[in-house]
Design a binder for this molecule. Structure first.
Ligand code: ARG
Length: 470
């Protein structure tokens, strides 16, 4: 019998019961649901709305239900359409009237979004942990291969040589911003809707501030209509997950390219590769591809909720029940991707010679040869033209700039002298990029320090947040 059976003369069909149920999804929120109910019952007693004995019975009953859920012994039944009704109906069966008083001054509308906010906060903390681990692994690889040089690309064409550590650190900064976005989602979720009841507040003297505080919320939501109908915090989380997954897809795309025969810059460990059922020689970067592919699904979760929310009138509408599945999925997907990427990066083998060899091809010194002339007084545009001719000459002779003789250089400009060899040395070219944030060894060392400082600061901030989630 439904909790609202008083007004109804006919039951919904088995099909609609199942169609309307959210239990298979919101089961995941049992811990938050029970914590919310315990806090609510405690507050009801403190305010003299229910007796202390009833509150104690509720508390004991809920603790026992939680233990049974965790032991896999709770009688979940789809006739109780969601986690809230499941817990409440078993509680009432077991402790009688006290259980039936738990829902005083509360609606599932404020209950569900309280649970969801608590859950979102917890998942943000989990994601921030996974984010930090991946950053740590990337930083360790950057430290270990600090001065390895590889070609930097624009348009997927060789452009200028860069340090491998610099390249890896670019991803560390993306992830550092992801951390900020996830913590912004945490703060967006960190306000308590409980006490808004169905939509308008209640006639009971609830203490909303007490429940908010005991559940670890930083604030109480100001407007009861907004409290039950706002899902911005989930959109924030979904957006943060989408951007972070997109970053991982870029990283994985590079790992896939680098592990091809054509590049040969890295070898992924066997633990992060698969074989082929027909081609015995194959070793495929399946997991990197899977992370790249999962991005589509996470972005899909974001778009799904955005579209669900569009045009929804105030206040609660059953459409909102669609909010949790995608958010749970996106957080789990991103967490798994972060963990998988960290394992993959930590265990990959780096082929330093192959990277350096590639950096010696494709006239990567051209910009520096033009700078050489410009520094000797030739306007940069003219220097660009001169080096363009030299590159053309190399193309015709199928050689590199470093294979040209001083005479070849001087035929294009009298400004070339013996010291041109310095402008052609790949290692010096990298070292000379001293601009703040550039790829020069000193600039990257400084950058590495900053990345470590940011990592340590985020770890400290995370410890604090982790202490206040349920
Ligand atoms: N299962 C519902 C959800 O996830 C709980 C709230 C139901 N409220 C209602 N008035 N039908 O949104």
């Amino acid at each position: 019998m439904a909790l609202w059976s008083g007004r109804f003369q006919e039951d919904v069909s088995e099909f609609t019961q199942e169609f309307g149920a959210s239990l298979p999804v919101d089961k995941a929120l049992y811990h938050q649901d029970i914590a919310g109910s315990r806090a609510h019952a405690h507050m009801l007693a403190a305010q003299g709305i229910i007796s202390k004995d009833d509150a104690a019975a509720i508390d004991k009953g809920l603790a026992s239900i939680e233990a049974r859920i965790e032991a896999g012994e709770f009688p979940f039944d789809i006739n109780n359409e969601d986690i809230h009704m499941s817990v409440e109906s078993v509680l009432t069966e077991e402790i009688g009237d006290a259980g039936a008083r738990l829902h005083t001054g509360r609606s599932r509308n404020d209950q569900v979004v309280t649970d969801t906010r608590l859950f979102a906060k917890k998942r943000c903390v989990d994601l921030m942990h996974a984010n930090i681990e991946l950053r740590r692994v990337l930083i360790e690889q950057a430290q270990e291969h600090f001065d390895v040089i590889l070609p930097g690309y624009t348009h997927m064409q060789h452009a200028q040589p860069v340090l491998f550590s610099h390249h890896l650190l670019a991803y560390v900064w993306m992830l550092t911003r992801d951390f900020e976005r996830i913590s912004a989602a945490y703060f967006a979720a960190d306000a308590c809707p409980l006490g808004a009841a169905a939509l308008a507040g209640t006639t009971y003297p609830l203490d909303r501030f007490a429940t908010a505080e005991s559940l670890g919320f930083a604030a109480v939501i100001q407007n009861s209509l907004d409290a039950v109908s706002d899902r911005d915090f989930l959109l924030d989380l979904l957006y943060a997950c989408s951007v972070s997954c997109m970053h991982l897809s870029r990283l994985c795309e590079e790992l896939i390219l680098w592990s091809t025969t054509e590049f040969g810059f890295i070898t992924l460990s066997d633990a992060f590769s698969t074989g082929s059922s027909i081609m015995p020689q194959k070793k495929n970067p399946d997991f990197a591809e899977l992370i790249r592919g999962k991005t589509g699904r996470v972005v899909g979760d974001l778009v799904a909720l955005l579209v669900t929310m569009k045009s929804l009138p105030l206040a609660y509408n059953k459409d909102l029940q669609e909010d949790k599945e995608g958010a749970i999925d996106a957080a789990k997907t991103l967490e798994d991707c972060l963990v998988c990427a960290a394992g993959m990066i930590a265990s990959m083998e780096t082929h330093e010679e192959a990277m350096f060899e590639a950096a010696c091809k494709g006239y990567l010194a051209a910009t520096d040869v033009a700078d050489y002339l410009a520094k000797k007084g030739m306007p940069f545009r003219q220097a660009h033209e001169v080096v363009g001719h030299l590159v053309l000459l190399c193309e015709q002779r199928s050689c590199d700039l470093s294979d040209l003789s001083l005479e070849d250089f001087r035929a294009e400009s009298e400004l070339f002298e013996d010291d041109i060899a310095g402008a052609l040395d790949i290692e010096s070219i990298v070292r000379a990029r001293t601009t703040f944030g550039g790829t020069g060894h000193d600039a990257v060392a400084e950058q590495l320090d900053s990345a470590l400082v940011a990592l340590a600061a985020d770890e400290t901030a995370l410890d604090e947040l982790a202490a206040s989630v349920l």
